[in-house]
Design a protein around this ligand. Structure first.
Ligand SMILES: Cc1ncc(COP(=O)(O)O)c(C=O)c1O
Length: 388
């Protein structure tokens, strides 16, 4: 179906095609050329990340992170059930048992009180997912992890250029993973980065990313020839995709401002519905009053509806108007693999939210009149006057 207003549209910030052509002209279209280095540098310098390695996806960054945890039989990893598959799959592949924990009803992020209850002497890592670009309660999670000698691996797929109490998401845990998939704020079709904030983990991460070889050392002239040293894979992002991505990372603030404007339009337009309790709007951490303040990157704009039926009816009603609104996630503890591989207790918030959430169109070029059209579609569905 051709949508009048799709859920997502790929975006060009300006220099993408020019940079891709230049990467080819420079004679290095594979990996770890100038464009890869430039992307890593921006992530490290802008966000305060120790070392940023560009990867083929956030999934592959999580896979490297999971291997770096060095799991042994019986080891466990704490993560939310309300998340994308890769958060759990990467750790299960590396031999850990995923322990699914419920999310907070306000931010839909890992509930630190439930994390404390789920931890035991087999806990090796906690994986906070910064849902919708809103940071998890990193202070509380860090204390729990430190006490247990566990690592923090941030799943910051949705958290690029957002902060938690003054620190950039991705720069807080020992390890973190970013996504530059087409649906993300900064994108190159498909891509990612592994953020390494513990220097002791850098050398092995380089090897795992380079097909299990010491090629990174060879490229720096530290060894004469490179060879197989560990169990890695082809996790390095293509130089062509880094060229594409660089054009977007150079426009970090422009893109951030666009998304903040779009979220502001949505909030203004949907306020009358929220005031009547018909919809709940995404949590804005800037309103928490914490110092230093936290900032969302407005990755998603979602509505929480009253129940499953209300969500389905609104989804159909928007589709009838050519507006693509989408749902997610089937909680992982209810998925086929999650049921088999995971450990979990009752997860009422994850199940409840999964049945009631609807994501509205959100992309960098969404216009004010399109936002008004979407909000009017929601208001008319509920037979409520839209904002003036
Ligand atoms: C929370 C979360 N983790 C991991 C991923 C996987 O990212 P990628 O598509 O870059 O592998 C996504 C993708 O949407 C995500 O939302």
């Amino acid at each position: 179906m051709g949508w009048a207003i799709p859920f997502n549209k790929p975006y060009l910030a300006g220099n993408e095609l020019h940079y891709v052509a230049e990467a080819i002209a420079r004679g290095n279209a594979s990996c770890d050329g100038d464009f890869t280095a430039a992307c890593s540098r921006i992530l490290e310098e802008r966000f305060g990340i120790g070392r940023a390695l560009m990867t083929t996806s956030c999934t592959s960054a999580l896979e490297i992170a999971a291997l770096l945890c060095g799991f042994e039989d019986g080891d466990e990893v704490i993560l939310p059930s309300f998340t994308f598959v890769s958060t759990a799959c990467a750790f299960a592949r590396a031999g850990a048992r995923p322990v699914f924990v419920d999310v907070r009803p306000d931010t839909l992020n890992l509930d630190e009180a439930r994390v404390a209850e789920a931890m035991n002497d087999r806990t090796r890592a906690i994986v906070p997912v910064h849902y919708a670009g809103v940071g998890c309660e990193m202070g509380a999670l860090r204390s729990l992890a430190d006490e247990a000698g566990a690592l923090i691996v941030e799943d910051a797929a949705q958290g690029v250029n957002a902060t938690h109490q003054g620190r950039y998401l991705g720069a807080i845990g020992q390890l973190a993973a970013y996504s530059f998939h087409e649906t993300k704020n900064y994108a190159c079709g498909q891509g990612g980065a592994l953020c390494i904030n513990d220097p002791a983990l850098v050398d092995r991460a380089e090897v795992l990313r380079e097909r299990g070889t010491d090629r990174s050392r060879f490229m720096r002239g530290e060894v004469e020839q490179y060879t197989w040293v560990d169990l890695g894979s082809a996790y390095a992002q293509s130089e062509l995709l880094c060229a594409y991505l660089l054009a977007q990372l150079e426009k970090l603030e422009d893109i951030a401002a666009r998304r903040a404007r779009i979220a502001g339009w949505y909030r203004e337009q949907l306020a009358p519905l929220a005031d009547r309790g018909l919809v709940t709007l995404p949590h804005d951490p800037a309103e928490d009053g914490a110092e230093p303040a936290s900032r969302t990157n407005h990755h998603l704009f979602y509505l929480l509806l009253e129940d499953l039926e209300t969500r389905g009816a609104l989804e159909r009603s928007l589709a009838d108007r050519g507006i693509q609104a989408v749902r997610h996630y089937i909680p992982l503890h209810q998925s086929e693999a999650g049921r088999d591989l995971g450990r979990f207790g009752p997860l009422p918030v994850s199940e409840d939210v999964s049945a009631r959430i609807l994501r509205l169109p959100m992309f960098n070029e969404l216009t004010e009149s399109e936002v008004v059209q979407v909000a009017r579609g929601v208001a008319e569905h509920f037979r409520v006057p839209a904002a003036a």
